[in-house]
Write a protein that binds this ligand. Structure first.
Ligand SMILES: [Zn+2]
Length: 107
């Protein structure tokens, strides 16, 4: 069994909530990758709490900065206070952001 061969596929055109809920990581503007402890979804927005105790409200949008940063993996430094486990980072780097739902959007 080769763990590294395991790929996780995530539709890249879904909203931020679905992305965060699956990946459980938060890309901060500072370039730090936080571990997500909980997400409280309220329809158009959500409250995200990180393992290092930060809590903030973000809008659920597939075009948001954070969704883009997450898909492009622009955050390279895991937060030391969050103590993001290696397997989670490994899983994140093995995630393929697929656009196979593009057909659903029509021409
Ligand atoms: Zn953190």
């Amino acid at each position: 069994m080769n763990q590294e061969e395991k790929k996780r596929y995530v539709y890249k055109n879904q909203g931020l909530y679905a992305l965060i809920n699956k990946i459980k990581l938060w890309p901060a503007r500072s370039g730090i990758l936080h571990g997500v402890k909980s997400i409280d979804y309220r329809g158009a927005s959500m409250t995200i709490t990180t393992h290092c105790g930060e809590s903030f409200v973000v809008w659920d949008s597939r075009h948001s900065r954070s969704a883009r940063w997450l898909r492009n993996r622009w955050c390279k430094c895991p937060c030391p206070a969050c103590r993001v486990p290696d397997w989670k980072l490994q899983k994140y780097s093995n995630t393929v952001f697929s656009d196979s739902r593009r057909y659903a959007h029509g021409s």
